[in-house]
Design a protein around this ligand. Structure first.
Ligand code: NDP
Ligand code: 2IT
Length: 451
């Protein structure tokens, strides 16, 4: 990067930080994108004149609201509700809802910003948005979760719709929560539309949407591995998280011949040196999705496995790491452990799980490394396919959906190769994903005028 471009990045970031103080995750996500696309913008000065980057980092709209609800003992609670409508240049706002105690405006804005680029990469007509609450469903009864979801949707429903903004799940929001949210939306608006995705399979949900993020990440990893003449066959894979994305990434990696040896949650990780089987993954799905238990219970069922309280899985030797839990879960010290343990491919299932210092280490070692906005895009892409099926009042078979998903992931990989291949042949997936995602949104914004 030349000095002029460096100066542009630094002055852009200084202004962003001054205007959005304290939003560290948002600053992190924006810096990564601006560093990638600054050289591109310099080559197309009309994008500079049009202040496209300055416009992209300012959400079109941020909705903040009160979510009051009553627990099973009759006590009143108040949570914060958010919806960040980031960018609608290429389609209605689209993105998940996160229910987790850590949720704040910075996390919502970073996720909505990332979503804009990710959705552009899918090739489908979807803008970027994200929502959520600092409410945690963990330890709550079904009735408490239902009352919370109904209160949340009572406000959110006035801001969303099938052609306006289409939410879905994310951390803490799975099939149960989407059901309660959809029920309340339908009741208040008196209309049955595909306004939420990730719906139940017998009421408009697309086949394969639950599997799509994890499966898509594995399809993307297959293409990454193929650039080095490799595959999942016989490789040792570390997975973090044990929720939706982790479960299906593990399932697909295992079915493609890999040995998946870890799962985690926010309390610790389990290491099963014998690797996952269909039966073990079914156990984890039941543990997390039905019994809503903790991952440490895995070792009660499978005593050859070990549980490590308060630790992340990155110290276990492996070939491939798939972080599928949350942001900044691979810090520099974790990355150093991965490198020392022989890891040479990192495919992100979560959003921004790797810190900038850790990414720099992976790239300096010329490892295969893909950012979530490319490799986890299969989830929102299949949400897009659910929207299409709802609009045309049809239902595709899982083979049809899988075929679309496969094609979309391969197209995203090809776009990363096109825009990210460096002079020495190394594929910089960060650069590739950022530039490819940016071009479409930027051009749409220029063509639509100053709005
Ligand atoms: P789930 O709620 O199903 O699972 C989240 C998993 O991550 C749980 O095992 C959870 O453990 C763990 N986790 C959450 N927060 C933390 C934390 N602070 N530290 C350590 N572990 C944590 O969510 P998803 O699987 O849907 O989402 C996982 C990631 O994938 C997120 O980054 C999400 O944004 C991203 N993503 C999700 C998509 C989807 O379709 N669902 C699509 C694309 C990206 P615990 O039970 O202890 O909370
Ligand atoms: O981060 C993500 O892409 C998601 N949580 C999925 C969003 C969606 O609309 O399906």
């Amino acid at each position: 990067m030349d000095n002029f471009t460096k100066k542009y990045v630094e002055s852009f970031m200084a202004e962003l930080i001054a205007k959005n103080p304290g939003e560290k995750e948002f600053h992190q996500a924006v810096r990564e994108v601006v560093e990638s696309i600054a050289p591109y913008i310099m080559a197309y000065p009309h994008l500079l004149d049009q202040k496209i980057m300055e416009r992209m980092v300012e959400p079109e709209r941020v909705i903040l609201f009160r979510v009051p609800w009553v627990d099973d003992k009759g006590e009143i609670h108040v949570n914060k509700g958010y919806r960040v409508q980031m960018n609608s240049a290429i389609g209605p706002y689209k993105g998940g809802i996160r229910f987790h105690s850590s949720v704040n405006l910075s996390i919502m804005k970073f996720l909505a910003f990332e979503q804009t680029f990710k959705n552009s990469l899918t090739t489908l007509p979807m803008g970027g948005g994200k929502g959520g609450s600092d409410f945690s469903p963990r330890g709550k009864s079904d009735n408490e979760v239902m009352r919370f979801c109904q209160s949340f949707m009572t406000e959110l429903q006035r801001h969303i719709g099938p052609d306006t903004d289409v939410p879905a799940g994310d951390i803490g929001v799975g099939g149960r929560e989407v059901g309660y949210l959809f029920g309340q939306y339908k009741r208040i608006r008196d209309e049955w539309t595909g306004t939420l995705t990730g719906k139940g399979q017998c009421w408009g949900g697309s086949l394969l949407r639950p599997e799509a993020t994890g499966y898509g990440a594995c399809y993307f990893a297959q293409d990454m591995l193929a650039t080095r003449g490799e595959s999942f066959e016989g490789k040792t894979v570390l997975i973090s998280g044990s929720g939706n994305v982790a479960q299906y990434a593990a399932e697909k990696a295992m079915r493609l011949g890999a040995k998946v040896v870890t799962f985690s949650d926010s309390n610790g990780f389990v290491y099963d040196p014998e690797g996952m089987t269909e039966e073990k993954i079914a156990f984890v799905k039941n543990l997390k999705n039905v019994r809503r238990g903790r991952i440490k219970e895995y070792v009660n069922q499978y005593p050859q496995a070990q549980y490590f309280e308060g630790q992340r899985p990155w110290g276990i030797p492996c070939d491939i790491a798939m972080p599928c839990a949350t942001q900044n879960e691979i810090e520099l010290a974790d990355a150093e452990k991965l490198v020392a343990g022989g890891c040479w491919c990192v495919t992100e299932g979560a959003n921004m799980p790797t810190t900038p210092e850790a990414i720099a280490l992976f790239q300096s070692k010329k490892m295969l490394y893909s950012p979530g906005k490319a490799s986890n895009a299969g989830g929102v892409a299949t949400s897009g396919l659910e929207m299409t099926q709802n609009s045309i009042r049809q239902r595709w078979t899982s083979e049809e959906v899988d075929q679309h998903l496969h094609t979309i992931m391969s197209d995203i990989h090809a776009a990363c190769v096109k825009y990210g291949t460096e002079e020495d042949g190394y594929i910089n997936y960060v650069k590739g994903a950022n530039i490819a995602g940016f071009i479409k949104v930027a051009n749409a914004m220029v063509e639509q005028g100053l709005v």
